[in-house]
Design a protein around this ligand. Structure first.
Ligand SMILES: *Cc1c(COP(=O)(O)O)cnc(C)c1O
Length: 358
């Protein structure tokens, strides 16, 4: 028997969420961001479901190559660009688009001997202060790039720091800086992550770059995925592998953190931090037993969590436990655990079995 820890991936929900992107930014092309193994959902099956996207964004060359080898012909953009001169031949060979965010990458391009043209996205730092050229360098870097015999097309992008807050003025400041920095430059533009797709229409430009919303988690502070018309893609589920009656005063789990306040049934579900369930999920974090809410008790173990079954005295070994998914937003679990849905989704472990359905 295989362990029942499973991530069920709803490919129709992915397609629904892509449609939400297209409806929200009807004049823009879509670069579906599928970095980090498609936010933990599985690179190639997710890309297949999102085949209607105009481009894919990834971080690792290996991921880009897997996509090409799986037969995708869209643009595949390396969002952190190249890491050393050895990457150039592969970028060229597999016809990948490359982000250039730092002078060292520009130098690699200048020094590289390339037979075929490379399509470049020049990243401008408009206020995130992480990656990118300063706005006043955009023109000079463009000139250097245009001198390269191996330059194919040239596009411009920037990334927002605070687009998830609808009333944060920083996004408009970044929009304005981006507009000024490439006002006199030719080339398509891209600014919007998921939050900006939904909340900042002025940022849509030629290409939007949604990630998290494709997977059905909310990119906006204080707004649920349901409010935003998004459907959860991953349901992380397992089964009860034990149900034990405990007495008032019994301590459950490591550190004896939970003391039974009365005689009560305690369920044990086969999912722990070794599977990517957050160890910091506190007592009271919701989960679903047979579709009904129950509460986590005690500390999360590597392979297990314990469940308060007082609300479900009939629950038995083999019954289904959902950790997050369709009926239990991953955003809610993330908030309980002091993190974000991105981290939970990306962190689902390799020993969880992935099942795809549409
Ligand atoms: C990850 C990433 C995105 C997607 O961000 P979401 O918040 O998941 O929509 C967009 N652009 C770049 C450059 C990224 O690295």
């Amino acid at each position: 028997m295989t362990r029942p820890a499973v991530a069920r991936i709803n490919l129709s929900a992915l397609q629904h969420n892509l449609t939400r992107v297209q409806q929200s930014a009807p004049g823009s092309r879509v670069m579906a961001v599928i970095k980090a193994n498609a936010y933990g959902h599985g690179l190639v099956p997710v890309a297949r479901a999102l085949a209607a996207a105009d481009a894919f964004g990834v971080v690792c060359l290996e991921a880009a190559i897997s996509l090409r080898e799986a037969g995708f012909s869209q643009r595949i953009v390396l969002l952190e660009g190249l890491f050393d001169e050895g990457d150039l031949a592969l970028i060229q060979g597999y016809q990948l688009d490359v982000v250039i965010h730092h002078i060292s990458q520009l130098e690699l391009l200048e020094q590289g001997q390339l037979a075929a043209p490379v399509d470049v996205w020049l990243k401008i730092d408009t206020g995130m202060n992480r990656l990118g050229f300063a706005p006043d360098q955009a023109a000079a870097v463009t000139e250097r790039l245009e001198r390269l015999p191996q330059l194919g097309s040239l596009r411009y992008l920037t990334h927002f720091a605070c687009a998830d807050e609808r009333d944060n003025p920083a996004t408009q400041v970044q929009l304005d800086r981006f507009g000024e920095s490439c006002a006199d430059l030719n080339g398509e533009r891209s600014l919007a992550n998921s939050a900006a797709v939904l909340a900042w229409p002025a940022s849509h430009a030629d290409w939007v770059r949604p990630g998290i919303m494709l997977y059905g988690a909310s990119p906006l502070c204080g707004e649920t995925a349901q409010d935003l018309g998004l459907q959860a893609v991953m349901t992380l589920a397992t089964r009860l592998i034990a149900v034990n009656p405990h007495n008032k005063g019994d301590a459950v789990g490591y550190g004896a953190d939970w003391i039974c306040p009365e005689d009560m049934p305690v369920g044990v579900a086969a999912m722990g931090y070794g599977d990517g369930y957050p160890r910091h999920a506190p007592i009271g974090t919701p989960l679903l037993v047979n579709g009904k809410r129950a509460a986590l008790i005690g500390r999360v173990s590597m392979d297990m969590v314990c469940v308060d079954l007082r609300t479900q005295p009939d629950a038995k070994v083999g019954d289904e436990v959902v950790l997050w998914g369709e009926q239990l937003p991953v955003d809610e679990v993330a908030q309980q655990a002091g993190t974000i849905a991105y981290e939970l989704l990306c962190g689902v472990g390799s020993r969880v079995q992935f099942e795809y359905f549409s």
